[in-house]
Design a protein around this ligand. Sequence first.
Ligand code: AKG
Ligand code: FE2
Length: 298
Amino acid sequence: MATQTVELVHEKNILVEKKYHMSYDEFAEKHLFANYPVVIGDACEAWSAKKKFTPEFFKKHYSDREVTISGKTYSLGEYIDWMLTGDETNPAPYPCTLQIESEYPELLRDVMPPLKYAQPSRIGSKLVPNRLLSGANTLEIFFGSPGALFPYVHYDFMCLHAFITQLYGEKEFTVIPPDQTQYLYPTPGNAWVSQVNDIWNPDLEKYPLFAKSTPVSFVVGPGETLFIPCGWWHTARSLTPTISVALDSLNASNWKNFMNEVDMNMQKHRPKLAKAVQTYLSVAGGVLGTLEKAGVRV
Ligand SMILES: O=C(O)CCC(=O)C(=O)O
Ligand SMILES: [Fe+2]
């Protein structure tokens, strides 16, 4: 079936489209390797989570489980009540996240099969040291209330690609391309987080170059998956009570960017080891690329 495309936003030289029936090859050529965002309207069609992950479902089955947000602990039941009644003036704290694989493994089958567009991924590969990826999103559920803002503008840790599947409610995303990094004032020592955290009311005296950036916003609704490629700055705001599932990916398309991030971190903490690690990752990248082409996962 041919791809069906709808324009979601087309301003300031940025065009984000929503696509249905997109072949993997089109995704690879126009988005994954072109490093360009897209909303995929039907990537999670086969997930039972699409109907099942509602506030009522989590309230019924998991009310007594605990979640900790910014050092404060809530019961999930209490959080969901706040998420359903919160508004711009009294948003529920955000983000409220659950780790599916480690904390709610029985929900794993509801987000299966894995999104085909997020394959292959080297996260979890035996050839990629786990400690390099310990901050990656590995199937996390996000809950939010109207008015809930992601607390900072960032690109995903270690230059991973992000897939955010909206399952309930609507979330507004704002993206800024990687070639505008110079306007974003990366935090020293934490270069993936911008110091300009309130991009709607930026402090232009402190961050004057931010005025040159061109953030664009668009809404992602239930059943839709946003692909945010590596290095794209982004943040999010819930417009209604929301439930989403986020996942990061790493493969040949962002391997070089990932290696640069590893190098940047190692130059600070283990400069003597940095070169050997780059050599290792370069060889591992070649091996993984060959295995992926042959359909083998290690
Ligand atoms: O859905 C959101 O609020 C944004 C999540 C996000 O960007 C992340 O976890 O890296
Ligand atoms: Fe992110």
